[in-house]
Design a protein around this ligand. Structure first.
Ligand code: 5GP
Ligand code: MN
Length: 342
């Protein structure tokens, strides 16, 4: 389902045609959809004859480094001056897989807000900001990558994605849809993927590169987390899994290593809400998930300085783990009727 009007398509087309300096951005702690959509758009623009620079707030998980074009990405936290220069000189900036500029992090958000460029937003999160010239927002889409595919077809209905673009787009669709199992997967999702495979995509190779490249440390971290740290608050139908910075260091944690843990917690029979908490440098980072109707987006927005989707959201706090867990329990208790009914 598209929310792009014909006027939006024409405006986007003209912005791309007339742009000399295009920058592509996505959110902090980029995941498969963030990196897939950014590099996918990069390859698509190349095939339309336009060059672009992908700038991400911070590093990729190792398991995404196989994506074609990843070596050309500039990371804002590693090269703030170079990144700022690209952002200042840009006349067109793509905002992919995020809804508001501060999702790129404080400093990159400020740099983007100060930019004179026109923005094209392509995203499936709720409540997109009002900063873009073109807003392609579809909260029902399973991934931004699916929308990037749609966007390419709006630009030119006869366009067939090349190998590089197809691999990136497929990676984001696969990872953000939980390998095609979330309710947001639609017949259209499968049609898009069918088209990519018909045109030569090796989908099994992408699956192997993402899911079959674990290090032993990661598997041990997952084993430890599930056997030693996972608790269920039965009266709240909630599973909670907190990991401290010390524990992460003990297992040589790398970005992306805890990806998916929250879904393991949610898979418990009778559990309707799962919360994964990871201690970072200055804050605790929360992942909220629900099955059924309980809205973790609102829950994360209201109490945890975050947001996302109805069934998947994130948040953060500078409280200690102990205080945060106590407050989490209190806030969940206040909505326990909603959880039970969901
Ligand atoms: P995750 O738990 O995987 O980090 O995030 C789950 C979902 O919530 C993702 O779609 C992610 O983009 C979104 N999300 C995570 N953290 C935040 C946040 O701080 N603010 C908002 N608005 N969305 C977030
Ligand atoms: Mn996404």
């Amino acid at each position: 389902m598209s929310t792009l009007t014909q006027a939006d398509v024409e405006l986007a087309s003209n912005l791309i045609k007339n742009a000399n300096n295009i920058v592509i951005t996505s959110h902090k702690s980029p995941d498969g959809d963030a990196v897939g959509s950014s590099l996918g758009m990069y390859h698509i623009l190349k095939e339309f004859g336009k060059d672009a620079q992908v700038i991400l707030p911070d590093g990729l998980p190792e398991y995404l480094s196989f994506l074609p074009g990843s070596e050309s990405i500039i990371f804002f936290d590693q090269q703030p001056e170079v990144s700022n220069k690209f952002i200042q000189e840009a006349d067109l900036i793509f905002s992919l897989d995020y809804n508001v500029l501060h999702r790129t992090g404080e400093e990159m958000g400020v740099a983007l807000s100060a930019s004179k460029a026109s923005f094209i937003l392509i995203d499936h999160h709720q409540q997109p900001g009002s900063f873009p010239a073109v807003t392609y927002s579809d909260t029902s889409a399973c991934s931004t990558c699916e929308m990037v595919y749609n966007f390419s077809q709006h630009l030119d209905p006869s366009y067939v994605l090349g190998k590089n673009a197809a691999e990136c787009v497929y990676c984001g669709i696969m990872t953000d849809s939980g390998s095609f199992r979330f309710p947001s997967v639609s017949p259209h999702t499968h049609r898009v993927v069918a088209m990519l495979i018909e045109n030569g995509l090796d989908h099994a190779a992408i699956h192997r590169a993402v899911y079959d490249t674990n290090l032993l440390d990661r598997l041990k971290l997952i084993g430890y987390a599930l056997s030693e740290k996972l608790v269920v608050w039965e009266e709240l139908m909630t599973a909670v899994l907190p990991l401290t910075a010390e524990e992460l260091v003990r297992f040589n944690h790398r970005p992306g290593d805890t990806e998916g843990l929250v879904n393991q917690a949610l898979s418990i029979k009778g559990v309707k809400v799962a919360v994964f908490i990871r201690e970072g440098k200055n804050e605790l980072k929360f992942s909220f998930r629900s099955k059924g109707g309980f809205d973790v987006n609102s829950f994360a927005r209201n109490g945890w300085n975050g947001g996302g989707h109805i069934n998947a959201a994130g948040g953060r706090t500078t409280e200690s783990m102990e205080i945060a867990l106590q407050r989490l329990k209190e806030e969940l208790s206040q909505v326990s009727d909603l959880i039970k009914k969901s």
